[in-house]
Ligand binder design. Structure first.
Ligand code: SF4
Ligand code: SF4
Length: 458
């Protein structure tokens, strides 16, 4: 089914073309990973309030059973990824590098992959409001890496409306191929998720954006989306980083600019990642929770690269051992090499927002170590897809003028894509500077707020 769309630009200004390194995993079907002897389920795997445990130490849990409830609307529940016994609720390392509360589950020997929780139901007659709550019960969050609760994203704010649902199948980070495999292997689940998203948001058309380095996925989606309940078009987009960023994708598909500080909904669009839609489409009719996800394991440091369906909470050491880690890599990165973070502890468990695990040599990611002074070449300005001045921002960051970065140079428009760091010949870790600056500004604001609250009480 076709829809008379307006002029599509099919691309955006600036950006970069890093080598893709996708061939080692893109052609291999998704494989299931075995259970580790112990799984660690952090209570905060999403943007919002941490979930609240509803199990106690020593309690037996069944794979799929809820083990923590959502702490309000801006939160999601957690489910047991394996049948076993709760050992403790204690601090564990997180992908962000800090320690946070988590539920430790000891896996029962011979635990089955079968999910013994949940029951089939007909979601056809559910109202949009009931569907939103049902999506929250699944615990699904943005699986493209954002980890924003999906039910919150699907709830269209008062006074706004959505005319176009954009399905994001770009997967523009090098190495990562989880979305690619999901588009090939779980096309019907994606379509079922699109159906749910259309019913909740009231959108009347669908645009699917896929980079042209995945022609088989484009073909597979085009065949499936003939059955889409709304007019739909699968658009082949040029391969360019960061094509999958929401603002870039909106510009490429609709030609519209999302305003500074705004969201795509300002233009009447909602963007959903293919993996997120596939999970909604699969879990909602079975009344089950999110307990596993597909993760790309790649990089020169692993002997068995591929896409693995793995239980959430699986520790990195177990995953790397299973994938034939040679122990020689200089860094293990969670996510892609452009936006991912080098990890410190291999005891860190996999969480809902992790798209990839890369075992890389030095220089394989945007976080190199040796830096040189800025030579004012302007490459970072030419690369920044939101037209910031990364060079100037970097200078201010080194002087710790964080407030000035925000007020005078739009720091908050930076979405940490890493293009500036990638092109910088002086190897200045610009994006790391910007992350620190944002964190410092946030800290400053909460200190000021706390002082104000104390003043108000006295
Ligand atoms: S990390 Fe920020 S400043 Fe650098 S290119 Fe991306 S958006 Fe621009
Ligand atoms: S790319 Fe690096 S060296 Fe060139 S202007 Fe930007 S910060 Fe300076």
């Amino acid at each position: 089914m076709k829809f008379p769309f307006g002029k599509q630009q099919k691309t955006f200004e600036h950006g970069v073309h890093p080598p893709q390194f996708k061939e080692a995993t893109a052609g291999k079907p998704i494989r299931r990973m075995a259970f580790a002897p112990q799984l660690i389920v952090p209570l905060l795997q999403h943007i919002g309030a941490p979930a609240i445990p509803i199990v106690r130490e020593g309690q037996e849990v069944v794979r799929g059973e809820p083990i923590a409830r959502a702490a309000g609307f801006n939160s999601v529940p957690m489910h047991a990824p394996v049948t076993g016994v709760v050992q403790r609720i204690a601090l564990a390392p997180t992908p962000m590098g800090n320690m946070a509360p988590a539920i430790f589950i000891k896996t029962y020997p011979g635990a089955s992959q079968e999910i013994l929780y949940g029951a089939p139901r007909d979601i056809g007659g559910m109202s949009p409001e009931a569907l939103v709550l049902a999506v929250q019960e699944t615990g699904v969050v943005g699986l493209g890496g954002a980890a924003f609760p999906t039910h919150v994203k699907l709830s269209v704010p008062e006074g706004k409306s959505v005319h176009t649902l954009i399905v994001n199948g770009c997967e523009c980070e090098p190495y990562l191929t989880t979305d690619h495999r999901i588009m090939l292997e779980r096309t019907q689940d994606i379509l079922a998720g699109v159906h749910v998203a259309l019913r909740i948001t009231g959108a009347s058309r669908v645009l699917v954006g896929v980079e042209d380095n995945k022609p088989d996925a484009i073909e597979s989606l085009r065949a499936a989306f003939d059955a889409c309940p709304a007019p739909a078009e699968v658009v082949s987009l040029p391969t360019k980083y960061p094509q999958g960023a929401e603002k870039m994708l909106t510009k490429a598909l609709l030609g519209g600019e999302v305003p500074s500080g705004g969201l795509p909904i300002e233009l009447g669009t909602l963007i959903m990642n293919v993996a997120t839609l596939a999970q909604i489409g699969d879990l909602l009719p079975r009344q089950q929770g999110l307990i596993e996800r597909v993760v790309t394991i790649a990089g020169p440091g692993v002997q068995k690269p591929g896409n693995y369906l793995m239980p959430l909470g699986t520790p990195l050491w177990f995953i790397l051992e299973s994938a034939g880690f040679d122990g020689k890599a200089d860094q293990v990165v969670l996510g892609g090499p452009m936006m991912g973070m080098a990890i410190r502890s291999l005891a860190t468990p996999i969480t809902k927002g992790i798209t990839g695990i890369l075992a890389l040599a030095k220089g394989g990611s945007a976080s190199n170590t040796k830096t040189y002074p800025c030579i004012k070449c302007g490459s970072c300005l030419a690369a920044c897809p939101v037209q910031l001045n990364p060079s100037r921002l970097g200078l201010l960051a080194r002087k710790q003028q964080y407030a000035e970065m925000e007020q005078g140079f739009h720091l908050n428009d930076c979405f940490e894509c890493g293009c500036c760091s990638y092109v910088c010949p002086a190897n200045i870790p610009l994006v790391q500077y910007f992350r620190i600056a944002k964190a410092m500004n946030r800290q400053q604001r909460s200190r000021a707020q706390a002082a104000q609250n104390r003043g108000g009480r006295s």
